[in-house]
Design a protein around this ligand. Structure first.
Ligand SMILES: Nc1ncnc2c1ncn2[C@@H]1O[C@H](COP(=O)(O)OP(=O)(O)OP(=O)(O)O)[C@@H](O)[C@H]1O
Length: 250
């Protein structure tokens, strides 16, 4: 359930410049506890750069942000300890077994061995992965890897999880299964911040922001955005906003 009174993410005029280039240009928004917040934008819009600042991986040039109650500039370690992160490029170790990946990441987040062992059994059952416990991650199909990577990213029960294009390259049925896991996480009170290029996934979010050339050009529920732009689908809303982007080929 979404708790409107608690902002898990609060961003105020956040800016990131690389030399003279402004990758993220004064973005302001907040995300409520338990919300699924879709962070959309064309290639190069600035999504990953913004997300890296929110995760404490990159210092803002200007502006302020708080994640899980901590300042993203001055309390970086506390931010990192309160979040989960899953990126398309880096998530699991291919040369480790399924259970070894779970133990490794849970250990990094400070969980105790006994708790890890108990929760590992429960997780493998939940994912129908029990027979894959000793399989090397590189041998799993991509969709399975993604489900496992997501489950690992929330294994330590973070306040918020950041997902950077978590379902890239898999079929709609597998993506739908992945979203079932996202809904389950929110029912446990975890807030989800997700970037995606798939507009059917944008429809699954509680609210969506659309970034164009470093700026947030629209932010609302999918239903309200469709009404505002007199569009039938989020795909059409997205293309109306993104077609004037100078940084991408949309
Ligand atoms: N370290 C860097 N130095 C210089 N420019 C950068 C750096 N990181 C990103 N950029 C530029 O900032 C802009 C935003 O990039 P970013 O990766 O945040 O976009 P994105 O919205 O995540 O795109 P994609 O969907 O392709 O991942 C791009 O023009 C990119 O080239």
């Amino acid at each position: 359930m979404i708790d409107q009174s608690i902002n898990v993410i609060q961003v105020d005029n956040l800016v990131k410049r690389f030399g003279h280039f402004t990758a993220v240009d004064h973005i302001t928004f907040d995300v409520k506890q338990g919300e699924i917040f879709g962070f959309l934008g064309a290639n190069g819009a600035g999504k990953t750069t913004a997300m890296r600042m929110l995760c404490g991986l990159s210092k803002p040039t200007e502006g302020h942000g708080r994640v899980a109650g901590f300042d993203i500039d001055r309390e970086v370690e506390k931010v990192k300890a309160s979040i989960g992160y899953m990126s398309q490029k880096f998530s699991l170790y291919n040369d480790l077994k399924v259970w070894e990946n779970i133990r490794l990441f849970a250990g990094i987040y400070g969980m105790r061995d006994k708790e890890i062992a108990q929760k590992t059994d429960a997780l493998l059952q939940r994912l129908n992965f029990t027979s894959e416990r000793n399989t090397l991650v590189k041998e799993l199909p991509l969709g399975w890897k993604q489900k496992l990577a997501f489950s690992v990213s929330i294994f330590h029960q973070p306040k918020v999880v950041f997902l950077d294009e978590p379902t890239g390259g898999v079929d709609p049925v597998t993506r739908r299964q992945f979203w079932e896991l996202i809904y389950e996480a929110t029912s446990e009170g975890i807030t989800v911040f997700v970037t995606t290029h798939y507009m059917d996934e944008a429809e699954y979010c509680n609210r969506v922001s659309i970034m164009v050339d470093g700026q947030i050009k629209a932010l609302d529920t999918p239903g309200n955005l469709k009404r505002q732009f007199e569009a039938d689908t989020m795909d059409s809303v997205f293309h109306r906003l993104a077609r004037n982007a100078t940084r991408s080929d949309n």
